[in-house]
Design a protein around this ligand. Structure first.
Ligand code: PLP
Length: 388
């Protein structure tokens, strides 16, 4: 079996769900574009496949790979990260339930909860998830149904101790969800330290090449026989925000190189963070790999690398906007996690939807997604852009 649980991350990423094609021996399993599957007599399904929304072998392969690399019991892939989040939230929440959300989560997650699920009766409270006492106080005040954290967070790279958060959540009877998009399972495995569900925008590092939008949910072993997997599987089928076959295949191909990419992203980002920390035009650098980062010790324990995202505060909003518009190798674009370096001005781009709310991002902040290009070229580009 290629999903041999004893194998380690880099091997699982390459082999899980990727058994050679039975009929031809093709080492890369074919992409199954068929929308429907011939039945051997009415209801005589081969391996359960019936119709492209309810199941597809290429999607199954991706889901096996996702479960293996996160150390989970079940995985579900979706058309986008937000579609995955929506399925999870609908599976878990009823009107009147409350979500306790990190106060610097992805803007789209906040928007989904406040503007789509809010009108259906879901309630929302925000807290700084990296502040353990604040989380304890918020949970003691009123037990939420669900705790949602991003660590490292976006874009301020705050770090939360997942094991502690899971204990606090479980003591209150809440489901503990970690958006693992920034760290990826190559660097951090939340299910292994107590989280119930991992969420991904596979659009980012898992796909890794900025050429496919997708999302995923992975459930921990605690939920192996639980009703949650059944409910999510039902919503994946009944709502239908599934990944198409080519999207699923591109994501699988991306994941195979995740381990080597994350090493290089982390190395380049560390170099960028150190360079910016010593630059006279930079007010502050946010990178969990820096010893002065408030979450550095937890990150060093919880992660096997510090990842590829670096945020910087400039002296003013004008200086931040100027940096974002002056780099050449770092391209000005939303998103992150691809092999190419990107620069983003959160206040007006990725986080425009949370402007003026308690989840707003300071206007002096620029976020860098450090790619896998040559380190010297990246530093030169930033230095030149900072002097414009
Ligand atoms: C991009 C992103 C999402 C949303 O994913 P989409 O694939 O864009 O729908 C969720 N969480 C984080 C941390 C992200 O960066």
């Amino acid at each position: 079996m290629t999903t041999d649980a004893a194998r380690r991350f880099a091997s699982l990423a390459v082999h899980a769900g990727q058994d050679p094609d039975e009929s031809t021996g093709a080492v890369i399993p074919p992409v199954h574009f068929s929308t429907t599957f011939a039945q051997d007599g009415i209801g005589g399904l081969r391996r359960g496949y019936e119709y492209g929304r309810s199941g597809n072998p290429t999607r199954t392969a991706l889901q096996m790979q996702l479960a293996a690399i996160e150390g989970g019991a079940h995985a579900f892939s979706f058309a986008s990260g937000l579609a995955a989040e929506d399925a999870l939230l609908r599976a878990v929440l009823s009107p009147g339930d409350e979500v306790l959300l990190g106060n610097d989560v992805y803007g789209g997650t906040y928007r989904l909860l406040s503007r789509v699920l809010g009108p259906w009766g879901v309630r929302l409270r925000l807290v700084d998830m990296s502040d353990e006492q604040a989380v304890r106080a918020a949970v003691a005040e009123r037990a939420p149904r669900l705790l949602w954290v991003e660590t490292p967070s976006n874009p301020l790279l705050r770090i939360t101790d997942i094991a502690t958060l899971a204990r606090i959540g479980h003591d209150a009877g809440a489901l503990v969800v970690v958006d693992n998009t920034f760290a990826t399972p190559a660097l951090q495995q939340p299910l292994g330290v107590g989280a119930d569900v991992v969420v991904h925008s596979t659009t980012k590092y898992l796909g890794g090449h900025s050429d496919v939008v997708g999302g995923a949910l992975v459930l921990s072993e605690t939920h192996r026989d639980g009703a949650l997997a059944e409910e999510i599987g039902f919503l994946q089928f009944a709502v239908g925000a599934v990944s198409g076959p080519l999207d699923a295949w591109l994501t699988t191909r991306g994941i195979k190189t995740l381990a080597v990419r994350m090493e290089r992203h982390s190395r380049n980002a560390a170099a960028v963070a150190a360079f910016l920390a010593g630059h006279d035009r930079v007010a502050r650098v946010y990178y969990p790999g820096l010893a002065e980062h408030p979450g550095h010790e937890i990150a060093a324990r919880q992660m096997s690398g510090f990842g590829g995202i670096v945020s910087v505060a400039l002296e003013s909003a004008e200086a931040a906007r100027r940096l974002a518009e002056s780099t050449r190798l770092f391209q000005l674009a939303e998103s992150l996690g691809g092999v190419e370096s990107l620069v983003n001005y959160p206040d007006a781009m990725t986080h425009a939807s949370v402007r003026g709310t308690e989840a707003a991002v300071p206007v002096e902040i620029v976020r860098l997604s450090v790619g896998i290009e040559d380190e010297g070229d990246l530093l030169e580009d930033l230095d030149r852009a900072l002097r414009v």
